[in-house]
Ligand binder design. Structure first.
Ligand SMILES: Cc1cc2nc3c(=O)[nH]c(=O)nc-3n(C[C@H](O)[C@H](O)[C@H](O)COP(=O)(O)OP(=O)(O)OC[C@H]3O[C@@H](n4cnc5c(N)ncnc54)[C@H](O)[C@@H]3O)c2cc1C
Length: 413
């Protein structure tokens, strides 16, 4: 196990076996095992919401807890497992990363979902397109000290992202930003954001865009929460008034922002659709237990629905593994990532249908019973998941045109 000294930190090239053994020791010392199935029913929180439904105070408390856990993981050498050593990563393989995540899912640990967008979509783009001034942030992001957000969508630019109107105008070594973004998840907690701006309104719309990293605490950045029907406020409007960004915080070339945005979008689809295929082991065991408790375990339709969910999840997970294997051997996430995201939303919908069949009216009237009414926020969240990161309709177009090679959708006149 050769050691490489890096910035005072000793970085080891561990085998998967050595790595997993060390991770097991780490988890045993820092977390307790998660109870699943019958033993887990009624134990702990029954929250299954897909989006945070908390107040700002709760969000801040959750962030503090997530940060302490992310710091602990990073300082033990499990933070940025696949990252380049010179930037603060461990330089290990994706298999090491998968082994760590598998282990983590068996333990009761604080959620790190607040870092999902920053690490899953923005950080890979920073690594691919960032200057040294930009990549210098990556260590803090992976250690959990900085939260990242994605500032793409605008009131007039969602599926048609190339219609972005937020302006960036050059002023010497800086850019001045004016405009509005919308649906920005976690902007109220973020320290840094990837923003897509129009830098040349005279060029065709895909060609006049440039991407930057913006300091979310800079003067002129105003974040306003958007309240969800389910009670929380996980999304925001963000207004930019004469916000200054140094040119070394530009991602890629001037007017090359579309290519940068595509890197983020493909990583977004990989990140949303990747992993377990939409149904975690813990949720699966809850569903099975729920069917037993509510007398549906022998109902042939419910059994069929459960089997379809298990099959759909497995297939999605293997499809994701195949795509990720290609990425690991030097490829970039491509249009096939849309398949993973579609599979995820289909699986989430199947879970919603199953839960509705089992719980019926318990979903809409809170009886106080553990693990019942809590599914209401999940079912309402599925609608949001079908839009975030590319709507079902737009992804179907991408799959048919760019994966299957079918004729293009006629453009509206
Ligand atoms: C939960 C959630 C989190 C989000 N987080 C972020 C974030 O952090 N940062 C960010 O920048 N954005 C975020 N978004 C915004 C998201 O990217 C947009 O909502 C999405 O791109 C759709 O854009 P739109 O809402 O403007 O809808 P539109 O683009 O106006 O679409 C409206 C409807 O028309 C359909 N449609 C549009 N074009 C076509 C077409 N060519 N063919 C067929 N049907 C079409 C769509 O499928 C949809 O049903 C988030 C959205 C959600 C729901």
């Amino acid at each position: 196990m050769p050691n490489i000294e890096q910035g005072g930190m000793s970085v080891s090239k561990e085998t998967i076996k050595e790595f997993t053994e060390r991770a097991e020791v780490f988890f045993k010392a820092n977390a307790s095992l998660r109870e699943v199935g019958t033993a887990g029913w009624g134990v702990g929180s029954d929250d299954v919401s897909l989006f945070p439904e908390s107040t700002l105070e709760q969000d801040l408390a959750n962030l503090a807890e997530a940060r302490a856990w992310a710091n602990c993981i990073f300082d033990a050498g499990f933070g940025w497992i696949t990252g380049p050593i010179e930037l603060g990563g461990r330089g290990l393989t994706r298999d090491h990363d998968i082994a760590f995540r598998k282990l983590e899912s068996r333990y009761e640990t604080p959620s790190r979902s607040v870092y999902g967008i920053g690490l899953g979509m923005v950080a890979p783009t920073m690594l691919d397109h960032g200057t040294p001034a930009v990549t210098a942030y990556l260590r803090s992001m992976w250690r959990g000290d900085m939260v990242g957000c994605q500032l793409f969508s605008e009131p007039g630019a969602g599926s048609d992202l190339a219609s972005v109107q937020t302006r960036a105008v050059r002023d010497g070594d800086e850019w001045i930003i004016n405009g509005q973004k919308v649906w920005t998840s976690n902007a109220h907690l973020a320290d840094i954001g990837e923003i897509l701006c129009r830098t040349d309104p005279d060029l065709p719309k895909h060609k006049g865009l440039t991407a930057f990293m913006v300091d979310m605490h800079a003067p002129g950045v105003e974040v306003r929460p958007l309240n969800q029907a389910t009670g929380g406020a996980a999304f925001n409007e963000v207004f930019f008034t004469d916000v200054r960004i140094p040119d070394d915080h530009r991602l890629g070339e001037v007017n090359g922002g579309w290519g940068v945005a595509l890197t983020t979008l493909m990583n977004e689809r990989a990140s949303i659709g990747g992993g377990s295929g939409g149904v975690s082991t813990i949720n699966l065991s809850r569903l099975i237990e729920m069917a037993r408790r509510y007398g549906k375990a022998n109902d042939p339709l419910v059994r069929q629905q459960l089997a379809a969910i298990v099959i759909g999840t497995r297939v999605a997970s293997y499809t994701n593994m195949r795509s990720m294997a290609r990425v690991a051997t030097g490829g970039v996430p491509g249009p096939e990532m849309s398949l993973g995201k579609m599979a995820l939303t289909n699986n989430l919908l199947a879970v919603s249908d199953l839960v509705s069949s089992i719980l019926g009216p318990r979903l809409v009237a809170d009886t106080g019973a553990w693990g019942t009414y809590a599914w209401c926020t999940y079912i309402m969240g599925v609608a949001g998941m079908r839009i975030a990161g590319g709507s079902d309709e737009v992804l179907r177009n991408i799959i048919s045109e760019r994966v299957l090679g079918l004729p293009k959708d006629p453009a509206p006149r």
